[in-house]
Design a binder for this molecule. Sequence first.
Ligand SMILES: *Cc1c(COP(=O)(O)O)cnc(C)c1O
Length: 220
Amino acid sequence: MPTIADNIAQIEKGLKQETRLIAVTKTKPEEVLMEAYNAGCKRFGENKVQEMTAKYEALPKDIEWHMIGHLQTNKVKYMAPYVTLVHSVDSFKLLKEINKEAAKNDRIIPCLLQIFIAQEETKFGLSEEEAREIITSPELSDLQNIRIAGLMGMASNTEDEQVVRAEFKGLKTLFESFKSYQNEQVSMQELSMGMSADYTIAMEEGSTLIRVGSSIFGSR
Ligand SMILES: *Cc1c(COP(=O)(O)O)cnc(C)c1O
């Protein structure tokens, strides 16, 4: 059986220079996170604020914490002091709340807009049009404590590589086109796409952050 360290090394070996690995540690206990940490992996992704905050409090302070799950506004305050990047912003209301809590903590919190790219009905995210509305909103300049640092997306859960590749390609194209909106609040730098099943394709299509759980830690 390969160890967690073996799995991380295997993935890291295949990464392009512009792509970084986020180990998705949701549902995993602290000792498992420490195994990844001791293997040199210090970038963790969680999908629940309470779980992430408990782990943040217990674990070393040089870990980057990435929020990748659907967020409720009333939970934002718990992660505002420490979260590294919020991948899952899907409304202007949420962005405002993150801004408010970031200001209280005297920080700027980088955020990604989650774009709906899959064929399934069930996944969260903004349409291209909704994302464009947020990025071009005159109200955005009031939000001095957030940065829109890029986009996130999840491809369809299908064996059909062509479908997955086309979805990632579409997101990359949108990401590139949004670079023209560069201003104080918008700076398109990170493209978060790719999970255990499809990170190789995502990387080929220009991902800068892959979010990998089960290929490192086993199934949940
Ligand atoms: C759970 C999760 C992942 C990781 O999924 P794996 O298939 O275990 O790699 C990536 N992104 C998001 C948003 C997730 O919720």
